[in-house]
Design a binder for this molecule. Structure first.
Ligand code: FAD
Length: 446
């Protein structure tokens, strides 16, 4: 009997003839169709260590699946060992230290649901099904970014299984350099099995700002956004989503959150200007539950989508950039969304040396997601053209690697300012290049 109970605590090895194999290899981007050698569905650290030993013994690379939401489907690779953490999703709040311990397979909604029982929250992303670990290891921009920063700087400790199969506890005192790298470039060094994160008092209700504007007002809106951003209070963060549908119609949606006490002054000075960047078509701004706000975009992105996308940071959005977006959208064939995330406040006050997410002076993140549609070749060319066109105007040519296709050029540009530290740590913690081999960090040994 005891033996039986113990057996259930272990995960399972899923090979290609297993009934769950095809289900388990799927990722959010349904255009990604890859066949891992084997999938280890892990339930605890020991399972993860066993999977690492299996990969080493069989000379296989490793991919890790947190939530499987990376737009380029990076958690699955042909012929590699896929370590699926989805069963490791326990969430525990420590009210005294105001921290939460999160199993690396937890999704955003699983964390939000529990932390909100205490009126607390970790800054997480803006779609509730995303995996917390992929988000945290690569950055993590959400509606709390102005007030409390990115997800990655709210990580205070992690448990990591290295390429040799060793379990390490990593924080600012223990393996401090690895701790720096985990928070921004974390997918390169091992398997994070648990994250400890800071909690903040956001309360149960927030103001959800949600306004639809006419596309003809884009230029005017972008100018007003920049004026607003320059003196924006930390409590407010927002995005502009410019979306073109199948019917060719383009809309601008401003969506954001205000977290803090509301009063007449706040409404007049802080909220009202956001609702008047141009004449609104619809204004759905309302007070709502924090957990509902976190789910606002869920129905638009669904459980899967076939997309191709790129991203770039910007210091400013000059007229040339706005013109490029307008002409690019005109040329786009199918469904396309251009997301503009404004950046100010806490994110920009963190030192660029504190985390491997070192983009601390940028003002915007631009993300372009294009539905692959019926003409994938055209879509891919269009996305590449947009990247090439926008690159010279971008901030240090850096992309948000959490939200971009994975090409040699994009990776090289994005890691250029931290490359020597990453190579050094790669040699120390993953010399056999088991993780994220497509980043080719070891090829850049000096
Ligand atoms: C619809 C949609 C909405 C999004 N919204 C936002 C948003 O609001 N804010 C934002 O910042 N980003 C957003 N993103 C990007 C998102 O943050 C990244 O895609 C992130 O990687 C997703 O995490 P995941 O665990 O689901 O990823 P996965 O696809 O599982 O993993 C992504 C990468 O991280 C590695 N990895 C994952 N878990 C671990 C681990 N425990 N240990 C080691 N390596 C690991 C994987 O191997 C892979 O390389 C969005 C993406 C999509 C598709």
């Amino acid at each position: 009997m005891g033996h039986e109970v113990k057996r259930q605590m272990y995960g399972q090895k899923i090979e290609c003839n297993h009934p769950l194999y095809h289900f388990k290899r799927q990722v959010w981007n349904s255009n990604v169709d890859r066949d891992p050698a084997v999938i280890f569905e892990c339930k605890n650290d020991e399972d993860v260590i066993r999977a690492v030993h299996y990969a080493n013994k069989n000379g296989l690379k490793i991919t890790v699946r947190g939530g499987g939401f990376h737009p380029a489907g990076k958690s699955v690779k042909d012929g590699a060992v896929l370590i699926d953490l989805s069963q490791m999703n326990d969430v525990h709040v420590d009210e005294i230290s105001k921290t939460v311990t999160v199993g690396a397979g937890a999704k955003i909604y699983e964390v939000d649901t529990i932390t909100q029982e205490y009126g607390l929250a970790v800054p997480l992303g803006m779609v509730s099904n995303i995996g917390v670990s992929g988000l945290a290891l690569g950055g993590g921009l959400g509606y709390l970014r102005g007030k409390y920063g990115l997800t990655c700087e709210n990580v205070v400790g992690v448990h990591v299984v290295t390429g040799e199969g060793k379990l390490l506890y990593v924080n600012r005192f223990e393996h401090a350099e690895l701790f720096w790298s985990i928070r921004g470039a974390g997918e390169n060094f091992g398997i994070v099995t648990k994250l400890e994160m800071n909690l903040h008092p956001v309360g149960r209700h927030v103001l959800g700002i949600d306004v639809l504007y006419d596309f003809k007002d884009l230029q005017k809106i972008i100018k007003r956004v920049e004026e607003y951003r320059q003196s924006a209070v930390d409590e407010v963060s927002f995005n502009i989503a410019i979306s073109k549908g199948d019917n060719g119609e383009v809309h601008i949606r401003l969506i954001g959150m205000y977290v803090g006490e509301l009063n007449l002054l706040v409404e007049r000075e802080i909220i009202q200007p956001l609702l008047e960047f141009a004449t609104p078509i619809i204004d759905n701004t309302e007070i709502l539950l924090y957990t509902d706000m976190q789910k606002k975009f869920d129905s638009l992105v669904g459980n899967s989508f076939a997309i191709e996308g790129i991203s770039l940071f910007f210091e400013e959005l000059g007229d040339e950039v706005v013109q490029m977006l307008i002409s690019g959208l005109e040329k786009a064939n199918g469904n396309v969304v251009v997301h503009l995330l404004e950046i100010h406040g806490k994110v920009n006050r963190i030192s660029k040396y504190e985390t491997a997410f070192a983009i601390r002076d940028a003002s915007y993140l631009l993300v372009i997601d294009a539905d692959i549609g019926s003409d994938p070749v055209h879509t891919k060319l269009w996305v590449q053209e947009m990247y090439d066109m926008l690159l010279p105007y971008s901030y240090k040519q850096v992309s948000y690697l959490n939200s971009s296709k994975v090409s040699e050029e994009v990776i090289q540009n994005s890691y250029s300012c931290i490359i020597s530290q990453l190579v050094k740590l790669k040699l120390e913690y993953d010399p056999d290049n088991l993780f994220c081999s497509e980043h080719k960090l070891l090829d850049r040994k000096r």
